[in-house]
Design a protein around this ligand. Structure first.
Ligand SMILES: Cc1ncc(C[n+]2csc(CCOP(=O)(O)OP(=O)(O)O)c2C)c(N)n1
Ligand code: SF4
Ligand SMILES: [Mg+2]
Length: 200
């Protein structure tokens, strides 16, 4: 589908708009034409972000964004393909796709916006929720240690893996630009809180 200015569906104060701006600036500065770019998402608070960008996009099922993005790239290797997801999606139920996409090493950029919880379903514990905190699904305390996403992807031989903070727009944009120029699979983890939930 192509550029559909649906009404904004995230919370109006969500910091994810900065990720949206960083992607847009990176694509614009690299002069990648609209017609040569596809953004793929799964299901999460900001999966609709693909629709606010002016590039072709596909909104797929939860945990199927990475394989869909790889299929798009294999079907037309000239396209720039970006897959967008969040922490539960990538680091819990998608985790097999992430690891094997890194090993397979086909040139897509995968971005995970890590807000350390299931925000869309109102703040349950995810794979990166800190140890010991109370959440809706761990009312006493979270007894599972968080995954370290960077180590995980490096172990799967990923040759471009970076973690950046949501509030450093220039670093986010420059990191996305570097990743888009990398000839192999790349992974960016964006550390981002959810301003609608209480702090841990
Ligand atoms: C297969 C499947 N299981 C469960 C759900 C319900 N569900 C929708 S969003 C979500 C949590 C998503 O968390 P995350 O990926 O971290 O994204 P966030 O909401 O934090 O942006 C869940 C469990 C679903 N849509 N599909
Ligand atoms: S619930 Fe949190 S992560 Fe989801 S759109 Fe709202 S502020 Fe953003
Ligand atoms: Mg999340």
């Amino acid at each position: 589908m192509r550029h559909n200015t649906n009404k904004i569906q995230r919370c109006p104060w969500c910091w994810n708009y900065l990720v949206h701006i960083a992607i847009k600036q990176a694509l614009t500065e690299l002069e990648i034409p609209l017609k040569d770019t596809v953004i793929v998402t799964g299901i999460w608070c900001n999966s609709k972000m693909s629709q606010y960008l002016e590039w072709y996009w596909a909104e797929t099922l939860h945990w199927r964004g990475i394989p869909f993005a790889i299929w798009v790239k294999l079907a037309n290797p000239k396209l720039t393909v970006i897959s967008l997801s969040w922490d539960w999606d990538t680091y819990w139920i998608w985790i097999g796709h992430l690891i094997h996409a890194a090993r397979r090493n086909i040139q897509i950029l995968h971005i995970t916006c890590d807000n350390e919880n299931y925000a869309l379903t109102t703040w349950q514990a995810s794979a990166t929720t800190p140890l010991g905190v109370k959440t809706k699904s761990t009312p006493e305390w979270n007894s599972l240690p968080p995954l370290h996403p960077i180590n995980l992807v490096e172990t799967a031989w990923c040759s471009f893996v970076k973690s950046v903070q949501w509030n450093d727009l220039k670093l986010m944009k420059d990191t996305i630009k570097d990743a888009l120029q990398h000839q192999w699979f790349s992974h960016i983890n964006i550390q981002q809180a959810c301003p609608s939930r209480k702090r841990w």
